[in-house]
Design a protein around this ligand. Structure first.
Ligand code: G3P
Ligand code: MG
Length: 249
């Protein structure tokens, strides 16, 4: 039975602290060829790799980061919460992650987080991201996605050649439907939530010409069933459970 493409979600996030270089390196170690990571902006315009808009779940910091500079962020430990093995792991900057992926020859899905830092910071995020992605070595194996479709549109205007993924969840779908929105931006992929996803919906997306990359799937049998529906990729916290043939894509 076929597999979809495997994206290590926030790195190998069941084995190492999510969204750290250790987690991306662990993904490579267990055979993954692609990983996903989350990006937001801080007060000085630096782009940091983090899922939440607060620091406390995954770092030794507390509260928001939109008024911090990278010198503040550097002092935080982003690994200790996960285990002592990963003490001293730092929040990476986007440039560090891109350079890691370039040297490990890995594909990437960069997810732009909905930034709550105000209009000016949101603009900075997109401008600085456009410059950062110029260092991606293999843009064929690089996708930018977001739930914030306005951010995706602004990024697309600056870097029209970068492939886009239209992220959505069913509970929280603002603006146009996946088809209208994704067509408008010439997205190559739709990134739906696995919950509530049906084979009919996948067929509709595939028939419309899109790749379909589904989040978050931590079960190998479920991944294979999704592939049989036509799903092209899955995001998983457990890339270590998949055989080498699944990681070949
Ligand atoms: O990009 C797929 C998935 O990561 C989207 O949700 O909340 O895990 O960033 P989240
Ligand atoms: Mg994500």
């Amino acid at each position: 039975m076929a597999f979809p493409r495997i994206f290590a979600h926030r790195g190998a996030s069941s084995l190492a602290p999510e969204n750290t270089i250790a987690s991306f390196a662990k993904a490579a170690e267990v055979g993954a060829r692609w990983f996903e990571f989350d990006v937001d902006v801080i007060g000085d315009g630096s782009l940091i790799v983090i899922h939440d808009d607060k620091l406390q779940r995954t770092t030794t910091g507390k509260g928001g980061y939109y008024n911090l500079s990278f010198s503040d962020i550097r002092t935080l430990d982003a690994g200790k919460w996960f285990s002592d093995t990963y003490r001293f792991e730092r929040i990476p900057e986007v440039a560090d992650v891109i350079s890691f992926a370039n040297s490990a020859n890995m594909g990437m899905n960069l997810e732009i987080k909905p930034c709550y830092g105000g209009t000016e910071l949101r603009e900075k995020l997109i401008e600085n991201l456009a410059v950062a992605v110029d260092s991606v070595a293999n843009t064929e194996r690089f996708i930018v996605s977001s739930f914030d479709h306005e951010a995706l549109a602004r990024f697309h205007a600056m870097r029209p050649n970068i492939k886009l993924g239209w992220l959505f969840d069913r509970e929280n779908q603002p603006g146009p439907t996946w088809q209208q929105g994704a067509d408008l931006l010439r997205c190559t992929a739709i990134h739906p939530d696995v919950n509530g996803l049906t084979p009919e919906e996948v067929k509709e997306m595939r028939d419309a010409g899109f790749d379909v990359n589904v989040w978050t799937v931590n079960d190998v049998d479920q991944a294979q069933e999704l592939a049989s529906w036509g799903v092209t990729g899955i995001f998983t916290d457990r890339p270590q459970d998949f055989p080498a043939e699944a990681h070949a894509l």
